[in-house]
Design a protein around this ligand. Structure first.
Ligand code: 5GP
Ligand code: MN
Length: 343
């Protein structure tokens, strides 16, 4: 079986909290990705199977490419049902915080979350978790929160309660946070867990096709345009940059999720160590970064854009114009040359 990495005291506390609770709310971060949704729904299925009344609340809607996951349509978007979601949080006996490390990652839901008197349980793999939960299961070395949720379920002796639906959600999170097991994916336990999930009946190839390899024609053309016309290289800093302005997005009828995975593509170039994608959204510039090796894009995102994330995958938001954002980025590049591999 898989190794035991989670502290027994956290598991004990969680077990006691679960015993005393009936109404459970599971929350995840803003613009939820496959891991946020997969871990939340996976846990929801298992807690539902032991008779709990469980609701998943995300700060905003489940993205289209994840709506096939069992239970996704029952998840509540705080942005659309603010009052109802706040009431659920207020009347919950227990609140889970999955795939985020600090309350501000739930954006406008922060107040409703922090106003809830229910004990909170964090399960997450981002660095530097804040102290805002009674139980803190934080493992930055874990490749996904979904993998941690699987571990927690096993430690609670609920493995038998994982049905096919739960397994699909957990697998989806493990897969998306490792780029279909192409990075952060050398941990042998990962493959033991995948084998167990396959035995629960998942079709991993179908989940990949739905969650990671489905695009509209216009999205495909937008990605082609981005690589063909908008990719800029900064060889002296081993950096690649793609900026998509509002007009670009409009031209290709951009919908949320259409450029998912775009930021990873320049990393295929051997000379590129880190890749930046800037997207002009209506209210801000969305910053997305990916890197290879030890190049800390979480540090760049934090120091330059007040964001954060993981060593090799991070993001942030910039309030201002695209031009200002690009200028900040360009001016800061030399600060991070020290992290490039020696030539
Ligand atoms: P993405 O580029 O896919 O939006 O984000 C990659 C990772 O960076 C996410 O999994 C998340 O950990 C982190 N991240 C993205 N945006 C933000 C942000 O605004 N603030 C923080 N702290 N982390 C972010
Ligand atoms: Mn994650």
């Amino acid at each position: 079986m898989i190794s035991r990495i989670i502290d027994e005291r956290q598991i004990d506390r969680l077990r006691k909290l679960l015993e005393g609770s009936d109404r459970i709310v599971i929350t995840c971060h803003l613009t939820p990705d496959g891991d946020a949704i997969g871990s939340s729904l996976g846990l929801a299925h298992v807690l539902g199977a032991i008779g709990k009344r469980v609701t998943v609340i995300a700060p905003d809607a489940v993205p289209k490419h994840l709506r096939f996951l069992p239970g996704a349509r029952d998840a509540i978007a705080f942005s659309s049902y603010e009052e109802y979601a706040a009431k659920l949080l207020r009347t919950a006996d227990l609140v889970f915080c999955l795939d985020y490390n600090e309350p501000k990652r739930v954006d406008r839901m922060e107040r409703a979350l922090m106003d809830s008197k229910a004990p909170k349980v964090l399960i997450d793999h981002h660095l530097n978790p804040a102290d805002f939960t009674e139980v803190k299961i934080s493992h930055p070395e874990a490749s996904s929160t979904s993998m941690l949720v699987f571990r927690v379920i096993c430690r609670l002796e609920l493995f038998d309660k994982i049905d096919r639906a739960a397994a699909e959600c957990i697998y989806c999170g493990m897969m998306t946070d490792t780029g279909n097991f192409s990075y952060n994916s050398n941990e042998p336990d990962l493959y033991t867990v995948i084998a167990e999930l396959l035995r629960k009946g998942i079709d991993k190839d179908a989940i990949y096709a739905r969650a990671m390899n489905t695009k509209s024609l216009s999205a495909m053309r937008l990605n082609g345009y981005a690589i063909g016309e908008k990719l800029e290289l900064f060889p002296e800093h081993s950096c690649a940059l793609i900026c998509l302005e509002a007009a670009d997005l409009q031209r290709f009828g951009y919908e949320k999720g259409d450029t998912e995975g775009l930021v990873n593509q320049p990393l295929a170039l051997p000379e590129v160590q880190w890749s930046v994608y800037l997207r002009e959204d209506p209210e801000q510039i969305k910053v997305s970064m990916r890197s290879k090796g030890n190049f800390p894009v979480n540090r760049v995102c934090k120091e330059q854009f007040g964001g954060g994330g993981h060593l090799n995958a991070a993001g942030g938001e910039f309030k201002g114009s695209m031009e200002e954002c690009v200028n900040i980025l360009k001016a800061s590049m030399t600060l991070y040359d020290e992290f490039l591999p020696k030539k």
